[in-house]
Design a protein around this ligand. Structure first.
Ligand code: SF4
Length: 313
């Protein structure tokens, strides 16, 4: 996942848990999956201890018909179990599958526009709304937002490189870290020199009105740790896990393992057929190494998949 994060040595961040009370809003990104259940369970305990449970806003990014059935409702149920505010955001226009058809191409590992357009962008619109709410409530300064996600190091090499806590630096962020970085980057540009990688302020969610930091509370957790927290939370798991899926992503994630895609096609024949029709129409394969037509053919000729390989991404 592309990241705009910047590591900061801020007061309250020496330990694993940030100073939650220093934020006006705490956004919990919940997908309905196991990692987000674990993250939410962990976050709620810390927020309760800090007396800031009422600052948490859960957000679910709605990917429309690309998601497993019942995902959005399950995420709402998870938020409600803790009595938390719940918001749904989505990209304007069609859903992810409509967009694939429109663009005439599927996303892939090097070009994950599905994440940037459909996840990061819509969450930023919620941040804009929350800033306005804080202003309406009489907060005249920059609004502090902590964006909390259930990403884990084990999931991919890119996620392994993420810091559990970071500032979402940006060119328009006036903080004491971003401003000198911007000045240096502008000097490089003025000399027609390339800005060194990681040298600029970044492309994060902060701006003149909001200071945004990101926190991954379960970053170092193993899958076993996550399942233990899911059990401890008592929250309901999505039926896709019970059917054998190791991750709750899109029904047909372009990064998923072959066995996961075949099982998903066995469980979701209608959506699989829709993908195959789109593939034919746009003349672009679901993946270079694997078409949806091949996934469906394998799903139809083999017994129900009972061992699914997990995947990175
Ligand atoms: S689950 Fe896979 S296909 Fe869906 S948005 Fe994430 S990376 Fe893209």
């Amino acid at each position: 996942m592309a990241t705009a994060q910047m590591v900061l040595d801020l007061p309250g961040f020496g330990s694993d848990v940030p100073d939650l009370a220093s934020y006006d809003w705490i956004i919990a990104n919940i997908s309905g999956g196991k990692d987000s259940i674990a993250m939410l369970h962990e976050l709620v305990q810390h927020a309760r201890a800090a007396g800031v449970l009422d600052r948490i806003v859960c957000v679910h990014v709605d990917l429309g018909s690309a998601e497993w059935e019942g995902t959005k409702e399950l995420a709402a149920e998870h938020a409600a179990a803790y009595g938390l505010r719940f918001e749904v955001v989505a990209r304007k226009g069609g859903d992810l599958i409509d967009r694939i058809e429109e663009r005439g191409m599927f996303p892939d590992a090097d070009n994950r526009w599905c994440t940037s357009d459909f996840k990061r962008g819509p969450v930023r619109t919620l941040m804009t709304r929350l800033v306005q709410e804080a202003r309406d409530a009489g907060n005249p300064g920059r609004v502090r937002i902590l964006n909390v996600m259930g990403l884990r190091a084990e999931e991919s090499p890119a996620r392994r490189k993420l810091r559990p806590f970071a500032h979402e630096g940006a060119w328009t962020c006036p903080c004491e870290v971003c401003v000198p970085r911007r000045v240096k980057a502008e000097e490089c540009k003025a000399r027609n020199q390339k800005v060194p990688k990681g040298g600029g302020p970044g492309w994060g969610a902060s701006n003149t009105l909001r200071h945004v930091d990101v926190w991954y509370p379960v970053h170092t957790w193993s899958t076993l740790d996550v399942w233990a927290a899911v059990e401890a939370s008592g929250l309901r798991k999505h039926s896709a896990y019970l059917a054998g899926m190791p991750r709750l992503s899109c029904m047909f994630c372009v990064l998923a393992s072959r066995s996961a895609l075949v099982l998903s096609a066995q469980l979701n024949p209608g959506p699989a057929a829709r993908f195959a029709r789109i593939e034919k129409k746009i003349g672009h394969r679901f993946r270079n190494d694997l078409s949806m037509a091949e996934i469906i053919a394998e799903a139809e000729r083999t017994p129900r998949v009972d061992a699914v390989t997990c995947w990175q991404g």
